[in-house]
Ligand binder design. Structure first.
Ligand code: HEC
Ligand code: HEC
Length: 358
């Protein structure tokens, strides 16, 4: 529940930031006599503001021209999203993003799952507007490479997530023309009464708060697959020292540490070839592969033994690393690596086959 809420909370915080930076600049352009209040800093330029001002709102603010079909979205989703959210959005490990919508909800506009304490909370049941889903995917996903999707890709993958939630049919095309008119299952579920009860006219929680034998510690946790844990560096070092939010030290998760540390063989060999080590660390290959033992994926030794004598092995492996997928060694799939260049893919394949980069 906490995990489910926090993703969208982040989106809301992002929007607030835009307002905060946007206000002085707008005041400045309207009023040439505007002076910074404390005599330091400078007014943000329109270009700088545009870099932050990416929110897309239900009132049409920020909607970008573009389009994408459910079918196109499926290809993007399978390559870039399914490894965390599950093939059908069902993954409860790293946040479920589909499920809980009933056909009746689409008529009433009130997601029935939200009326039950144990009902499924997903973007399908929680959101009142499809534009919020578009905005969130556009700003924050995929987790490992936020803002790497094109506008049309965001339309397509949003259409597919809507389809996984039974909100739009398989032949649907989402675009700037219909983004604001998609009928969400909980479109009538929005309320401005944020308190759960009222104390002399002021909202307050009014409920079954624990009074005896209560837990003394509550941990709000979040999970990521190990290979993605450190994708944005050590979060603890990126949070200001003041304020209530302490960043988690992402280098100190036990599991993360165990698998993020490059295996011995990779480090030694890679000293001579830093580009292979850099690539392996950057793409987190070493979270799933070691040189001489199977981890999540087969050991690099085993892969070499299987392919070193085959003609075209280098091309084949480069292609497999790019495409990802399962079936050669077992049922577990390797994530696709679409951000690597041909040269990088070949360097990796060559190193796996010959432990050399030339
Ligand atoms: C490496 C794992 C990972 C990948 C890959 C990934 N996500 Fe996510 N996604 C997450 C995590 C973790 C969260 C929760 C973030 C938070 O709460 O701050 C999340 C949250 C979301 C949410 C919000 C859910 C909610 O209820 O608030 C949506 C929608 C979403 N992802 C869609 C996508 C799409 C679409 C893609 C592919 C383009 C994608 N994700 C790829 C890990 C991932
Ligand atoms: C999330 C875990 C994971 C990550 C990250 C990962 N792999 Fe894999 N890899 C696997 C699995 C699982 C397999 C076995 C797939 C199969 O059975 O076809 C595999 C298979 C392979 C193969 C053999 C393919 C074949 O057809 O036999 C190569 C080569 C490979 N990985 C290299 C890499 C490289 C290089 C990287 C980083 C760019 C990487 N992997 C990242 C899990 C991963």
């Amino acid at each position: 529940m906490f995990r489910l809420a926090s993703g969208l909370l982040m989106a809301a915080v992002g929007a607030a930031l835009v307002v905060a930076t946007g206000v002085p600049a707008r005041a400045a352009s309207a009023d040439p006599t505007f002076k910074p209040r404390f005599g330091f800093g400078r007014i943000a330029t329109p270009q700088e503001i545009a870099g932050w001002d990416i929110d897309v709102r239900p009132d049409g603010h920020g909607v970008k021209k573009g389009r994408g079909t459910v079918e196109q979205g499926q290809a993007i989703y399978d390559a870039k999203c399914a490894s965390c959210h599950g093939t059908f959005g069902e993954s409860n490990n790293y946040m479920m993003i589909a499920g809980g919508v009933s056909p009746k909800d689409l008529e009433t506009g009130r997601a029935s799952a939200l009326l039950r304490p144990d009902g499924v909370r997903t973007v399908g049941t929680k959101l009142n507007h499809a534009s919020t889903l578009w905005d969130y995917i556009n700003r924050a996903m995929p987790w490992t490479a936020p803002q790497s999707l094109t506008v049309d890709e965001v339309y397509a993958v949003t259409a597919y997530v809507l389809h996984l939630n039974d909100i739009v049919p398989a032949d649907f095309e989402l675009s700037d023309r219909n983004l604001l008119t998609v009928k969400m299952p909980n479109r009538n579920g929005m309320t401005a009464e944020h308190g759960m009860g009222s104390v002399r006219g002021r909202p307050d929680v009014n409920g079954s708060a624990c009074m005896t034998n209560c837990r003394t510690q509550v941990a709000v946790t979040s999970e990521l697959p190990t290979y993605a844990m450190n994708a944005h560096g050590n979060l603890a070092q990126q949070v200001r020292a003041i304020g209530p939010v302490a960043g988690v030290d992402t280098t100190r998760f036990d599991v993360a540490l165990a698998s993020l540390r490059a295996p011995e063989g990779v480090r030694v060999a890679a000293n001579a070839m830093p580009s292979v080590q850099d690539l392996m660390n950057r793409q987190a290959c070493v979270a799933c592969h070691a040189v001489d033992k199977d981890v999540v994926g087969p050991s690099f030794d085993a892969i070499r033994l299987r392919y070193e004598k085959k003609p075209d092995a280098e091309t084949y492996l480069a292609d497999r690393i790019r495409q990802g997928g399962a079936g050669q060694w077992g049922q577990v799939a390797m994530p696709a690596q679409q951000s690597l260049s041909d040269a990088e893919l070949r360097t990796l394949a060559r190193w796996i086959l010959r432990r050399t980069t030339d």
